[in-house]
Design a protein around this ligand. Structure first.
Ligand code: MN
Length: 232
């Protein structure tokens, strides 16, 4: 059947999905929300304030998530940074979700890289322009399959780190997040109607830096898994 016969004016793009680990199910991605500066040490390295200010968010596109294991070095940048992060996948949502009820919205977790065209982001900051070109570009969120919370429970602590070519570059612990997972869900739900399929990238510990073509990025979060991504 052609797109037109199916009632579409143009060819529809396939829905963005992520594999679910240990399952033949896929997780249908609705939106991708990202938290900025959620670890004090990273906030300081970016010139910010380590205190508990209100969280801020930006978005990536659902099809920026990529479990293919490679990261094509993007055009229009010569300073692309790695940011290793905890991915939170929601199974339900709503508005004004109380902190105490927020974990009930979580389907599972993953390991994700918030790849960033830092030079474009610096320019955007300088000109007070939005961040999409720096953050929401194609293949900008390499990640693992989703691991269901039914299998591993909820993660509020555990080591998170990233190696480049076997050398440790980023280290932290989930317990260092300024805004914890239930708090970020609750806060986000005051700004947006959260839905099943929404994904949250929860911010990166310190040690961000540039990658080069050929680099092997190896990310890890205790109890969730490992992510290997080659920069090509
Ligand atoms: Mn980030």
């Amino acid at each position: 059947m052609t797109a037109r016969e199916a009632g579409y004016a143009v060819e529809p793009q396939p829905a963005a999905t992520l594999p679910v680990a240990g399952s033949d199910l896929v997780f249908p991605v609705h939106r991708v929300y990202c938290v900025g500066r959620n670890y004090a040490a990273h906030s300081i390295e970016m010139g910010g304030n380590p205190d508990r200010e209100a969280p801020f968010f930006f978005q990536k596109n659902p099809d920026n998530l990529d479990t293919g294991g490679s990261f094509p070095y993007p055009s229009a940048s010569s300073d692309v940074h790695h940011e290793i992060e905890l991915l939170v996948a929601l199974k339900s949502g709503g508005v004004d979700i109380p902190v105490a009820g927020a974990l009930a919205c979580v389907y599972g977790y993953g390991v994700v890289l918030d790849m960033t065209r830092r030079d474009l982001q610096a320019k955007a900051k300088e000109l007070a322009r939005p961040w999409e070109t720096a953050k929401a570009f194609d293949h900008s969120a390499p990640c693992t399959p989703i691991v269901a919370a039914d299998r591993i429970g909820h993660r509020s602590e555990g080591a998170i780190w990233l190696d480049i070519n076997g050398e440790r570059r980023q280290t932290g612990d989930l317990n260092q997040m300024i805004w914890k997972v239930p708090e970020m869900i609750s806060y986000l739900s005051g700004l947006f109607c959260l839905k099943a399929g929404d994904v949250i990238l929860s911010g990166t510990p310190s040690g961000v830096g540039a990658v080069q073509r050929g680099d092997l990025m190896h990310g890890h979060i205790d109890g969730i898994g490992d992510l290997d991504v080659r920069v090509i």
